[in-house]
Design a protein around this ligand. Structure first.
Ligand code: FES
Length: 177
């Protein structure tokens, strides 16, 4: 009985104490690249909106393979002939830096638009004026995320892998949420 109680209390307590909050310095995050889309599904210059799946972790539990966010992904130029893993990719989070609503991508300019308060961003993620004029409410550009191009050896497929992270809305600087 005592062992059962120790397990019920001890395991969650260990997870809490060993959570990333206690193992990372403020502003740091462990690299955690997740494959989001095969490079072959990207058309140069065109953004795709894709889900990021990963493990949701809190102090008490880990939920495996859940949708943890969405990103805009674009192959900026055609894949280089020499080393395709050197392909230049743009990856932006869909979370609006103003107040956290979901930004949409669209075919007209500006490329990215947030319907909540009208924040607008160009295709390089930079803030731009609203189409009708007026100040852009976003305090910073769209948040760009780290990526790498990985080869899956078994299928010989190139993937875009993203180190997904979220930043607090409402601040001029990027601050990890
Ligand atoms: S949350 Fe996007 S403009 Fe306000």
């Amino acid at each position: 009985m005592a062992a059962a109680w120790a397990g019920m209390i001890g395991i969650p307590l260990f997870r809490y104490v060993s959570s990333p909050l206690f193992t990372q310095k403020p502003g740091e995050t462990a690299e955690n690249f997740t494959r989001v889309i095969p490079v072959s599904k990207l058309t140069p210059g065109q953004f795709e909106t894709v889900s990021v799946r990963g493990d949701l972790t809190d102090a008490w539990s880990v939920t495996r393979d859940r949708a943890i966010g969405r990103v805009f992904v674009r192959l900026r130029e055609p894949i280089p002939k020499g080393d395709p893993t050197e392909a230049v990719i743009d990856v932006f989070t869909t979370i609006c830096p103003h107040s956290g609503c979901a930004v949409q991508s669209r075919d007209e300019k500006p490329t990215f638009y947030c319907g909540c308060h009208g924040a607008c961003f160009a295709n390089d993620g930079s803030r731009v004026e609203k189409p009708g004029g007026g100040p852009n409410p976003s305090p910073r550009d769209l948040d760009q995320l780290p990526y790498r191009v990985e080869r899956d050896e078994a299928s010989n497929t190139l993937w875009v892998a993203v180190d997904y992270r979220e930043y607090l809305p409402g601040t001029p600087q990027q601050i990890l949420a």
